[in-house]
Design a protein. Sequence first.
Lengths: 274, 313
Amino acid sequence: MDKQKLEFLNAKSDEIRKILIEMIGRLGVGHVGGSLSAVDLLTVLYYDLAKVDPKNPKDPDRDRIVMSKGHAGPALYAALASKGYFPMEEIKTLNQAGTNLPSHCDMNKTVGVDMTAGSLGQGISAAVGMALAGKMDKKDYRVYAIIGDGESQEGQVWEAIMLAGNKRLNNLTIFLDNNKMQIDDYVDNINSVEPFDKKCEAFNMQAIRVNGHDKEALENAILQAHKTTDKCTCIVMDTIKGYGVPWAVSKGVGSHSFSISEKEWREFCNKEND
Amino acid sequence: MQDIKELREIYCDSLLQMAETNKNIVVIEADLTNCIKTGRFKAAYPDRFINVGIAEANMIGVCAGLATCGKVPFCSSFAPFATRRCYDQIFISVAYSKQNVKIVGTDPGITAELNGGTHMPFEDMGIMRNIPNMVCIEPTDASMLKSLMPQIAAYNGPVYLRIMRKKCEQIYGDGAEFDMFKAFTLRQGSDLTIFASGIMVSRALEAADKLKSEGIYAEVINVYTWKPIDEETIVKSVAKTGACVVAENHNVHNGLFGAVSEVLAQNCPVPAESVSVKDQFGEVGKIPYLEEKFALRSNDIYDAAIKVLKRKK
């Protein structure tokens, strides 16, 4: 990745994080940690590799991006807002009555959201269905599914991975947002999902482990998935819950959902007043 | 006598016929292809057939994903596994997401016979009826299934279809036509109405014959679509007869009795009796044993009719 591109993507991920913190900050509380850990991937997808067009969000030939860890909806909304899928003003409505931006992703409410999610383990199955539809129709769109490490304790994730691996869905890339934490504790202290890459390989998939905040590594891994013709790829992204916002990271396991003060978000977003 | 086909044969015939003109029709199975007999579809359209293995939750999710891309997936399993086993997936990935997925649950109620309690659904229509916007249909025989399949495929939204797999008693003639959103009045009557669905329709007709021999005229209405229920036909009938019996191969809770009672209570309260499974689990047995055990015989409908007529007076 050349320096110019990296600088551009870093500027975009900064912007998305600011939109995200403002969105949750204005509401006062929300799923901060697991949203922030997925921002760098969303930046690489929406600003670098995914074939999507905010002006044509229902294009049947578009790439699909499924946020299976539906509580990271705000990260997806921030990316979509920055891309211009809907007016930036809408971020002020997160979780307000009648909003198009509910806490968990809803494809019927938010322009640009490809699948409803929130009951964990389900989005990945739908992503497999989208990839199968692409094969049936001989289309060359790609499907990107983002799952959580905690989410992967759901059995359905493995039903979906088993099918994706066996059907050799090379048009599907699954990203594990491996931020190591879930609501109750560290994932390893509850029911470890590691070694996730080895598990995926055992399920007949290609697995690539990367630093999920290294955009160049992410890009390379995704390009490798694109080049792979006979396997579905899982990219295990080692991430930090709350990444990019020091006071979110410092909350540790508590970063999953917490309150943000007006002072905190305004300071982070460099927005003294509206 | 006409050659009666198994319902699964009709199901696959319809899918094949529709698939010719509608390239979006796809069939998804979870290892019961040989039970629902969709092998002919697989042979004709190998690229539009997916067997996900024994993974009903994933089957439903995959169907939802296919539907987001414009496909019209028909998936199936034994009714408990097509509904109860993957209820949240149906609720969120299909219904809440407004995806056009058709779910087929086979071997309803006592027709599960020797598969016994684990496979004997008395609750499937009830739980599916509780999902907003889910259309719930129990076709009565081969003619009706044949008539309804194209309507179900053309309807843009989730549908739960509860069918027997094998031959069932033929109530209607070949070529009979039905509206998927209407009930069908099989017999006119003036003293009471018998609402029935599935295997209980033939039993209702038998009970009506016996009542008629005693000078009691029962109106028999086949309510094959439980949701959205045909309120107009129900209210019109009981306004005339003043009493009813509801007969279903399903638990009394949240089934057809519940659906009809909801309509009656709000529009036309009359005495009503239920012929149904009374909050029990299934067990192994052949139909003659099971229908006696759960009191689902024509005589049970007859007894309920006599009882409701006494309440009417």
